[in-house]
Design a protein around this ligand. Sequence first.
Ligand code: ADP
Ligand code: SF4
Length: 694
Amino acid sequence: MNRNPRYDILFEPVKIGPVTAPNRFYQVPHASGMTEANPRVRSAFRETKAEGGWGVVSTGALSIHPSSDDSPLPYARLWDKNDIRSHALCCDAIHSHGALAAAELWHGGASVMNRTSRIPPYSPSGISWAATHVGFMGNLRPRIMDKKDIRDVIAWQVAAAKRAKNAGFDIVYIYAGMGYLGYEFLLEEYNHRSDEYGGSVKNRVRFVREMIESTKDAVGNNCGVALRISLEELRSKSSDSHSSEAHEVVELLSDLPDLWDVKMDSSPTDCGASRFRPECAHEPIIDFVKKVTEKPVVGVGRFTSPDTMVSQIKRGVLDLIGGARPSIADPFLPNKINEGREGDIRECIGCNICISSWHDGVPVRCTQNATAGEEWRKGWHPERFETPGSDDSILIVGGGPAGLEAGLTAARRGYQVTIADKNTQMGGRLIYETQLPGLTEWGRITDYRLNALKTMSNVNLYLDSNLEVNDILGLEHSRIGIATGAHWTKALYSSLEIAAAELNRPDVYTPDDLALGMIPEGPSLVYDFDNYYLGGVIAESLALQDINVSYATPAGHASAWTIMTNELPFVHQSLEKSGVEVYTQMLLNDFDGKKVTLSNIFTNKPKSLAIKSVIIVGLRLPNDQLYNQLMSRSSEFAQAGIKSVECIGDALAPGALVHAVYSGHEFARQLDRPPDELYLRDIPIAESPPNKVI
Ligand code: ADP
Ligand code: SF4
């Protein structure tokens, strides 16, 4: 198919200082959790995006010096010759597809704890950053930089920029965003200095200006020099001479950088989850930048619609369409638009599981794209599939996220695939969950897969088909995937921090009951020890139905695990807005239909609430009966032509959607492959002997 001429503008080249981006698709710097310990994993991950048409592919933050040490988080470094080699591998791979490679040089200032290097963190005025955020919490306060420290950091930036150029990068960054050192100089809250680096906006900009000037002197003839800056807080500050301090900062630096990469200030707003932030959420903050500078501007907004992208350019908001999450969910997004296949884009759902991987300290994982991070390790390409090793036909029982992904991947490999679901709709748990507040976009998981499956001639989809063992034995399929999901139980939570006896009463519900349309009588209590999104979302949903609802959890926060996806602050805000009373650190001890008795998990202090129904969002167990029944008749498999039966997704191990999709994908990739092949294990590139850190 040909490209829709409406999208031609997206494929125009853009000059960035001495280099030219081949199109307007710019994979902005984003964390990958891939460090110098896994250079091949990293290189293949970034290369796939270049292959998929992104004109610029950036690294995540690259520390310029051991005084910017984010351990134990999985950060990357550009400190020495071995690091140059490691990144050269990535640059070469990106260049092999005609894209530019960008290095996000980074000094974390007071936001890092330097736990490995043991260097007291650097800061303009000794003010710690986000000291209450679990990821950044520490009890070492930063040192106040003197003039020599400032000169040192600039010298380290210059040295790192030269190393970046030697590694093959085309664009190098100065980072003044997200609480890092440059940002701390810009913000008066962090910068209390009385010298020429503090006080007026002009003085506060000086450090960033010197970083840009020195970097340009060092590599500006060969590399584009980009400034990445957060403007949210600065825009909220009034200025005597400008509309805001953000306007003043941008005007003071206007044409100094070759590229402006503009964004919000903190992860929850910068990478807002779709539950709380729509596409284009950055625009009201960054919309003025292009009016102030002649230099190109890149920005993000979880863009997946080419029409929105075109509108950003035509309305003069951006010159380059930045993508982090959309490029993870679909590395081939640009090529699909170029080929007139925009309907095939696997759109990011905004769940922020990719961000949780960073907090977990592992390479990036994505709900929509099971191949992310597995390009080298498992040899999985997002768009290319190994041909079948046999003419086996595949039966998938269950059309939830795991079953649909298994079926689609097997069909793309070329197998004959049947997916049967007992429901009248495909989608499994998503049928209910996408009706809950803020979760509509998660329907993209089902839509993307069903849309693709429906066009394939080697696929049969059956609804209303509750398969039993005899059906499966009689259907003449040789490989069976059991993707029958999981169920929520009424188990409580014990003081030993494990699930305890069930609270079995008719006025006690699980999410499965609500999915079937049952409506609990208010006042209700949602008791949540699953700790991810569902308990909080159900509480919100009941409140929207005018049911008086409270929420209790043994954890310290509502939906406590959402700290990993940057949603936690917004979960609390939205429960508060919905009028849901939140009780944390609570065990549920008793419920008699009129009142519930809670007690503090640490002190045992009791608390009674007048409650008529309880919804327990706690322990899930697999729906593995069908699998077990089938396996108990394995002696009949040969006669039925069955070669293998496998449990996948929640039916194997109940988890988040990312686990179900991954499990389904793996099932299909493993068909006719040796069962003992797990993955390749990466090792650091270390051609030089260990260096002294300087
Ligand atoms: P997962 O997240 O692992 O995909 P889900 O719970 O979302 O799990 O989906 C499981 C799907 O399996 C549901 O759509 C359910 O209707 C279907 N299912 C469960 N048991 C059977 C069965 N015996 N025959 C057909 N479909 C089934
Ligand atoms: Fe988007 Fe979720 Fe994938 Fe991240 S994990 S890229 S938010 S779909």
